[in-house]
Design a protein. Structure first.
Length: 150
């Protein structure tokens, strides 16, 4: 996990519509950058729907919500449409940004060890500095926690 007080690594990734987004275009706004393992899984759906339900309050606070996983643009599109997600989902199949933000880790599930995305959320301020980094977040609680931090 990256340290608070450090500059957030810049990136450009495609969203669920195939449009490129770069972190630089969000300078001047607070950014909630959350990394999650996989579209349409129970925890990831709970987290995304939590951000969806609180989205008007994030907008009121002039904050941008960006979800990142290694799923494809097409997978993100299906996820967005199925759950009516109003925010940007970024596709990182090459793991470039996932590794830059140090969220690609060894995970254990039922005794089996594999590599994967550890659910992690960063709050980045208007100047591009990481002001809060949370790893191993609880999917259902994370959106409310982030709203309270703003």
């Amino acid at each position: 996990m990256l340290e608070t007080g450090t500059k957030a690594p810049l990136f450009t990734l495609k969203d669920q519509n195939g449009t490129e987004h770069s972190l630089q275009e969000y300078l001047g706004k607070k950014v909630i950058l959350y990394f999650y393992p996989k579209d349409s899984t129970p925890g990831c759906t709970a987290q995304a729907c939590g951000f969806r339900d609180l989205y008007p309050q994030f907008k009121e606070k002039d904050a941008v919500v960006l979800g990142v996983s290694k799923d494809s643009v097409a997978s993100h599109k299906k996820f967005e449409e199925k759950y009516g997600l109003p925010f940007t989902l970024l596709s990182d199949p090459e793991l470039t940004v996932i590794q830059a933000y140090d969220v690609w880790k060894e995970k254990k599930l039922y005794g089996k060890v594999s590599m994967g995305v550890v659910r992690t959320t960063y709050l980045i301020d208007e100047t591009g500095i990481i002001v809060k980094a949370m790893d191993k977040v609880k999917a259902a609680d994370n959106p409310q926690e982030m709203l309270e931090l703003l």
